[in-house]
Design a protein around this ligand. Structure first.
Ligand code: 3HC
Length: 311
């Protein structure tokens, strides 16, 4: 007897055959992908804000051009992801409006302020480091347009990650004040970065289905652990200290054990009560308003061109 649509779909997923926009997909698969890709796109779009404030304050021309390139990359990442979202039937304008009216989620980490130049290094080294750990598996996820967007994004993220590490290394090899600045920034960014990977597996309502459908290839805790294991040695290489008195290398497993994560802080930061949530949404609304004349002008131009064609 013929397999049901759901069974055929699950066979497609299990055979690692990509799901493409024109394929049948369970409504819940479309909904979960729409939710995740929208947040991913918003994260890239809002993610430009914390470091943008430092483009005009970069200490050298070289650092300024690197930061410009990184922010420009992130704008592009947002565009790839909004384009992937459109293949699921969610228009760009609709997605933006959810962000602008505060309804949409984006990565917790972008609700923290970038206080000084060392923070710019931490965003590159830690946040983009976490983004790579999270995004490499997504480049193998079951939905074609999402996986393909990830391949290009991951290549550019590794440049972001390396430049952030290099920036912090320069500071740790600098004056005692610069070393202290780097340590203070690490103290402020370490724990919010661990939260980027999402709540513990036991409190992750989407993981089970997401993994069954090949959207998520590894669990939140698995990726968090992978990030910790690769980053702690880098912190020690730089002569910095991880702000976690419970940190301990478990010889058996080869994994670092960490202290408790403050999940209340996480919940506040993703539900509008973080340090910068309001400013981030206001900044995005201002950019939207400031850009409305461009949208009107291009629409007027398009209408004029269309009218010329019909004459
Ligand atoms: N920030 C904000 N919300 C988060 C979150 C985070 N770090 N982690 C989890 N959440 C939310 C989920 O969205 C979900 O809420 P919702 O139902 O309203 O969507 C809830 O918390 C429960 O979490 P789950 O683990 O059940 O949800 P998921 O299965 O979606 O897993 C995830 C969470 C791992 C973050 C997954 O959604 C994902 O991989 N998303 C894409 C990740 C992403 O944005 N990568 C980083 C790119 S941006 C960036 O780093 C730019 C840099 O270059 C500057």
């Amino acid at each position: 007897n013929m397999p049901s649509l759901e069974q055929a779909f699950q066979q497609q997923i299990d055979s690692k055959c990509k799901v493409e926009p024109q394929d049948w997909m369970p409504p819940a698969y479309r909904q979960s992908l729409t939710r995740q890709i929208a947040q991913h796109a918003h994260s890239e779009y809002v993610g430009m804000l914390p470091e943008a404030a430092w483009i005009t304050r970069a200490p050298t021309l070289q650092r300024k051009s690197i930061l410009l390139a990184k922010v420009q990359d992130e704008a592009g990442h947002a565009q790839y992801l909004y384009a992937a979202l459109e293949t699921l039937g969610v228009g760009r304008e609709q997605a933006y409006l959810q962000l602008l009216n505060g309804a949409a989620k984006y990565l917790n980490i972008f609700n923290y302020p970038a206080m000084n130049w060392a923070d710019v290094g931490m965003i590159g080294w830690l946040t983009d480091g976490a983004a790579i750990v999270n995004q490499v598996p997504l480049s193998r996820s079951s939905y074609g347009p999402y996986a393909r967007a990830m391949i290009r994004i991951c290549q550019e993220e590794s440049f972001h990650h390396r430049q952030g590490f290099d920036l912090i290394r320069t500071m740790t090899e600098g004056t005692p004040q610069q070393r202290q600045m780097a340590q203070d920034a690490l103290d402020r960014w370490w724990w919010p970065t661990l939260m980027v990977f999402g709540p513990p597996d036991a409190d992750s309502p989407h993981s089970q289905r997401s993994m069954q459908w090949g959207i998520k290839l590894f669990s939140n805790d698995e990726l968090r652990q992978k990030f910790i294991d690769q980053t702690v040695p880098q912190v020690h290489y730089l002569g910095l200290r991880v702000p976690d008195p419970c940190l301990k290398l478990d010889r058996e497993s080869g994994h670092y054990k960490i202290g408790p994560i403050d999940w209340d802080e996480f919940k506040r930061s993703i539900n509008g009560q973080g340090m910068c949530n309001q400013d981030r949404i206001q900044a995005r609304n201002k950019a939207w308003e400031d850009g409305s004349w461009v949208r009107e002008a291009t629409a007027a131009y398009a209408d004029k061109q269309a009218a010329l064609k019909t004459e």
